[in-house]
Design a protein. Sequence first.
Length: 198
Amino acid sequence: MIDCQDLSRAQLRRLLRQRRRSLAAHAQRQAARALYRQLAQHPLFRRARHIALYLSNDGEIDPRLLMAAAHTRGKQVYLPVLSPWPRSKMVFQRIERNEPLSANRFGIAEPLRNGKRQRRIWALDLILLPLVGFDRHGGRLGMGGGFYDRSLAYRARRKNWHKPTLLGLAHGCQQVERLPMASWDVPLAATVTDEGWY
């Protein structure tokens, strides 16, 4: 586990991205299966009707087995879609199995924009978020774009608002001792890895 006291957020982000990218393809597949076993039968996943996930990129742990399980169980599945304007905005759009996707401005696959299939973030039950680093205290270090933090900023104004539940997904090698938290960082309920829950 990394002690990140002497590292800036940018340095820590570079180090942790390199760690997850260095995992071999077979290790990535094993991690995805282990993540599925950690989460697929958990009550948070089983009870959720509207679940947002992501498509893995840059060595992120792959949640596609969970996405397939959600579809099989009749849940509504959503992916993040970047807004053309303002460019800092992100929405969540329902997808169907085998739906065609296109690359966004960062080269990440997303559904073709369709406002009728989008759902307000506060109306989702569960969001499984990608991350670069995490700690045992709900801290999450993202890629630095702030898309999730901006989308979830409303939670700071609503003390009794509990939806959606936020779970980070990561490889165990992305854990750090304690992340420096910024005022805009939105804490997670937990982080789930191929090794366990934190």
